[in-house]
Design a protein around this ligand. Structure first.
Ligand code: ADP
Length: 259
């Protein structure tokens, strides 16, 4: 499609990228990265040209979840060639740093790293670039939303009160930054006992739907606690790459995201 011209100092498009979807959460461990990788794979299966940018500097998990560990090449020392996995073009800030070193990056370094990920990685032509944000409301979120034209943000939360409380802060941040929130995704919403079939609301029930209603955005989907999802993520082949029930759930979610 046509790419709008960048404004002076304002948000600029990423060359060749039609839409940027940012996936955020209030706190860590709610499944933001799991949802990001699975949405990316599901969209790719539907024939979309998809990029996945792992911007979670505190705990980059996409190399593991997507099953890549190679350091991306930079033949000219300037541009970075992204990796390919499960039909998705991907890049992780984790592939640029020493996996055993804790990072104590300051704001300006983070901004530099993020801008490198957006501007120097050869993403090519993409229908959508999914950005897996760090949890919370820090410098990376600010920089991404202020420096690039984010089409929309999705906030992932579990139904647990503490997660929802933090999710609300993330939602407030996107509102302040005037980044449209496309909707909420409830993750780990229900556990269905594989032995007896009974359902258990381990992290509570109804909270994410109520929050979505309160701020008048759609609840895009509710994903159960699922052992296969966790195992698939750990093994480097997201569950959405398969054909089962969860793959179908992600396919449905993905379909609703891009008309
Ligand atoms: P975040 O990105 O929010 O920190 P992750 O996506 O890394 O969260 O998920 C944290 C852990 O929970 C991972 O081990 C992941 O495999 C697991 N997980 C995520 N979603 C589900 C789910 N729906 N069912 C079971 N395990 C899940």
């Amino acid at each position: 499609g046509g790419h709008p011209k960048p404004q002076e100092g304002g948000p600029a498009p990423v060359s060749g990228v039609d839409r940027i979807l940012a996936i955020g959460s209030g706190k860590g461990g709610v499944g933001k990265s799991t949802v990001s990788s699975n949405l990316a794979v599901a969209l790719a299966k539907q024939g979309r040209r998809v990029g996945l940018l792992d911007a979670d500097i505190y705990g980059p998990s996409q190399p593991r979840m997507m099953g890549v560990s190679k350091r991306p090449a930079s033949p000219d020392g300037k541009t970075i060639i992204p990796l390919k996995a499960h039909g998705v073009t991907m890049m992780s800030i984790g592939l640029m740093m020493d996996p055993d070193k804790a990072i104590v990056w300051r704001g300006p370094m983070l901004m530099g790293a993020l801008q490198q990920m957006l501007g120097q990685v050869e993403w090519g032509e993409l229908d959508v670039l999914i950005v897996d944000l760090p949890p919370g409301t820090g410098d990376v979120q600010l920089t991404l939303c202020q420096k690039s034209q984010v089409t929309g943000a999705i906030v992932v939360s579990t139904p647990q009160d503490v997660a929802l409380l933090d999710a609300r802060k993330a939602l407030d941040m996107f509102a302040t930054l005037k980044t449209p929130v496309l909707g909420l995704i409830e993750n780990m919403s229900m556990f269905k006992c594989p032995d007896c079939g009974s359902e258990h609301a381990i992290f509570g029930q109804g909270g994410v739907a109520a929050e979505a209603e309160r701020i008048n955005v759609p609840l895009l989907g509710a994903l159960p606690i699922d052992l296969e999802t966790r195992l698939a993520g750990d093994s480097g082949t997201p569950i959405a790459a398969g054909e089962g029930e969860m793959a179908q759930a992600y396919a449905k979610l993905a379909q609703g995201l891009i008309e």
